[in-house]
Design a binder for this molecule. Structure first.
Ligand code: T1G
Length: 688
């Protein structure tokens, strides 16, 4: 047939095997021979049944995302599915690995779906700012019911083989060799004879849909969309499947798909899909990664405990070291409590909790780190303390062990230079809570060995983190840019904005929360300690901290929080404090609009990003987007600050930065040369 598709025969059973590495995406060069094969096998009287399977590690993981935004080449997936589902002889999809997006839609075009035990099935298009465009919104509800389909399609989360079988999505789950099982299954079905009902005609289940309950569920899900169009479109399309005739609902799905695929939001989310994968690639030749089988963590406080959990959750045995037995037991108790909360919430089974806790070994003796391949220190953020720890580490750690610091700000070159093995030293900057936050800034120090770097980049994927390699500077990529945004947020308060107004502008923009609510959640004392260590000040934030207003943890910060509550209530005392500080500085309050708030906080963010690229602290503009989306809640529908700059228009950003630079004289507003070049060329490439 073709390099990407083979047809084999087992007697009267024909097996169509798609072979398009790495994930059997339905690229044009697969679709064309697939359509041809189906037509030939349909018309071949010696063929009693047709099986669709895939080579290598997975069933079809979807349409080819790289083809979106380009002229569509025929045949499209929906034409292939329409041809497939009216074939009179039985058709069976044999699913291993993942059947995602167009891959599941292809399988829904078959009369039957069988899987192996490890298979995962889902329609994740919403994560690309899309909805299933190959009939998934109309066929899936016919098998699993409208509400289940709604949840699967709006969340984009895959389900396992057992659940797929239980919900009627698949007809059988086989242990062992799937091909043998599916051929026997096909032969048996063919022997029993048809007629075989296409999924499109199986709408009895749909008729029983409680539309009121459906709409309630859809409304709940819509609340979480935060300005994203795709989740709303997904819910509408599934509702159409219930209320409209099949072909009408299919046409409506198409119209929604065509609209979304051309949208800035989908372009932004597709950008992030590839950006996350690009970020894990270290430019230069392939290295033999150092082997990491056992991990050590020094410090069982909030960060240390979370980091240790991240490794244990990823299947790694962890040695957790503390200075005293008491501190160690406190740390282990917190870890146990965190797991217990997950069990209570149903996101973890009791058995999984036991397995994870069994991976922990507590110690107060550095000698117990001797068999660790990687050791991460998460002790107090002070250079003297860090150097003391690294001094003891390099004596205890075995040759070739990677020594990592979790510092958020300190100079890792200085730490590494304080050891005799700088080639083993790097930064692993986790974000709090480290067992939850996906982002991991991997900091390459001047002498970090490439094989050590490659090993931790690989390890990050294995523990479910999104890794970005960055250089050494104050605050690396994320916190350095945050400082640029933070300074302006405070200035806006002094000039007349309230914390609520600033935060509202951010949530309207698509952030989960604004800078002041985020500050209260993280704890204002962290920034305070850091400013003091650097001899910097922030008049309002410092004053709040001097008054013991550290945020949620003290029940008051920029906002008031009822005991144990997370709802931020504006506090007139804070607004009065801000007015007093402004008066002391001779600043007369004025009206500050949302547009100005976004300009003065996000344009400097982009500008600082450009400086970071100029200095080579980040290898790609897209790396900065991955940092901000996965570590700081930058809205996915905007693609990250550097991608958003393209949507917003670099020329406009420069014009407004120059305006504010003129008015304030502040350096954060002085346009970076690379930003100017971006305005001329339309891409960040020029400076990379
Ligand atoms: N199209 C093109 N390239 C893809 C791809 C896809 N669908 N999926 C993966 N790749 C590339 C990826 O960029 C990387 O490339 C390599 O394959 C390995 O991927 C009409 C509209 C399947 C779970 O959203 O979730 O169908 O970096 O590193 O960790 O309704 O890939 O090596 O050059 O991620 O083992 C819907 C997307 C599409 C699933 C495997 N499908 N893929 O994870 O490998 S839209 C998806 C994944 C659609 C229809 C619609 C994951 C994976 P490179 P990887 P992995």
């Amino acid at each position: 047939m073709s390099d990407f598709l083979k047809v084999s025969r087992d007697g009267d059973v024909a097996i169509v095997i798609i072979d398009n590495p790495p994930v059997n995406a339905l690229s044009f060069h697969v679709r064309e021979p697939l359509m041809q094969a189906l037509v030939e096998l349909r018309d071949d009287p010696s063929v009693a049944a047709i099986v669709i399977a895939c080579a290598d590690r997975t069933f079809v993981a979807g349409a080819d995302i790289t083809e979106f935004g380009k002229p569509v080449q025929q045949p499209e997936l929906r034409a292939i599915v329409a041809t497939l589902e009216i074939i009179a002889k039985p058709t069976i999809a044999a699913i291993h690995g993942t059947a995602l997006g167009g891959g599941l839609e292809l399988a829904l075009g078959c009369h039957f779906r069988v899987t192996d035990a490890g298979a995962k099935l889902g329609l994740p298009e919403v994560k690309l700012g899309l909805l299933p465009g190959g009939g998934g919104t109309v066929r899936l509800p016919r098998l699993v019911g409208a509400v289940k389909a709604l949840k699967m399609i709006v969340s984009g989360a895959p389900i396992g083989a057992e659940e797929a079988h239980a919900t009627g999505l698949v007809d059988a789950v086989f242990e062992g060799d799937l091909t043998t099982h599916v051929v026997n299954f096909a032969r048996e079905i063919a022997r029993k004879g048809g007629p075989f009902t296409p999924v499109r005609d199986r709408d009895e289940g749909l008729k029983a849909t409680d539309l009121a309950a459906f709409d309630t569920e859809a409304a709940d899900l819509a609340k979480k969309a935060r300005g994203l169009e795709a989740p709303i479109a997904c819910a509408q399309a599934v509702r159409n499947a219930v209320t409209l005739h099949f072909d009408e609902a299919l046409a409506a799905e198409r119209a929604l798909f065509v609209k979304l695929v051309a949208s800035d939001q989908s372009r932004a989310q597709r950008h992030l899909f590839f950006a996350e994968r690009e970020a894990a690639k270290i430019p230069g030749k392939d290295f033999i990664k150092r082997r990491i089988a056992r991990v050590g963590v020094i410090g069982a406080g909030t960060m240390g405990g979370g980091i240790a959990m991240a490794f244990a959750n990823g299947g790694y045995p962890v040695t957790l070291l503390e200075t005293s037995q008491e501190a160690l037991l406190r740390g282990l108790a917190t870890i146990d409590k965190n797991y217990a909360v997950s069990v209570t919430r149903g996101s973890l089974t009791e058995d999984a909790k036991r397995q994870r806790l069994a991976r922990f070994t507590g110690s107060t003796d550095y000698a117990d780190l001797a068999d660790c391949d990687l050791i991460v220190e998460a002790v107090f953020e002070d250079m003297t303390v860090k150097k003391e720890v690294f001094g003891r580490l390099e004596a205890a750690a075995k040759p070739g062990a990677i020594l990592a610091t979790n510092t958020s700000y300190l100079d890792i070159n200085e730490i590494s230079a304080s050891t005799s093995r700088p080639q083993d030293v790097l930064g692993l900057h986790f974000f709090s809570p480290a067992n939850v936050m996906k982002l991991l800034e991997i900091v390459r120090a001047e002498k970090t060995a490439p094989d050590a770097l490659a090993a931790v980049v690989d390890l990050a994927r294995r523990i479910g983190k999104v890794a970005v390699v960055v250089g050494v500077c104050h605050g690396f990529v994320g916190n350095r840019m945050l400082a640029a945004r933070g300074a302006e947020s405070e200035a806006l308060l002094l000039e007349g904005a309230t914390p609520r107004q600033v935060d509202q502008a951010f949530t309207d923009f698509g952030w989960p929360m604004g800078p002041f609510q985020m500050g209260d959640l993280a704890g204002l004392d962290i920034g305070w300690r850091n400013r003091k260590a650097r001899g910097q000040t922030a008049v309002i934030a410092d004053t709040l901290c001097e008054q013991g207003r550290f945020g949620q943890k003290t029940g008051r910060g920029y906002y008031l929080y009822e005991a144990g509550a997370r709802t931020a209530v504006p506090d007139p005392e804070v607004e009065a404090l801000i007015r007093d500080k402004a008066a002391e500085k001779g600043i007369a309050p004025r009206a500050v609009g949302a547009e100005e708030i976004i300009e003065r906080t996000l344009y400097p963010l982009v500008n600082e990003g450009a400086r970071i690229l100029e200095e080579g602290i980040a290898a790609r503009a897209s790396d900065i987007d991955v940092v901000w989306v996965n570590g700081y809640g930058f809205p996915v529908g905007k693609g990250g600050p550097m991608f958003w700059a393209g949507l917003e228009g670099a020329a406009k950003i420069i014009e407004r930065l120059e305006y504010w630079h003129q008015r304030t004289g502040r350096q954060v507003f002085k346009p970076a040369p690379l930003l100017k070049r971006m305005a001329e060329t339309g891409s960040w490439e020029a400076g990379e």
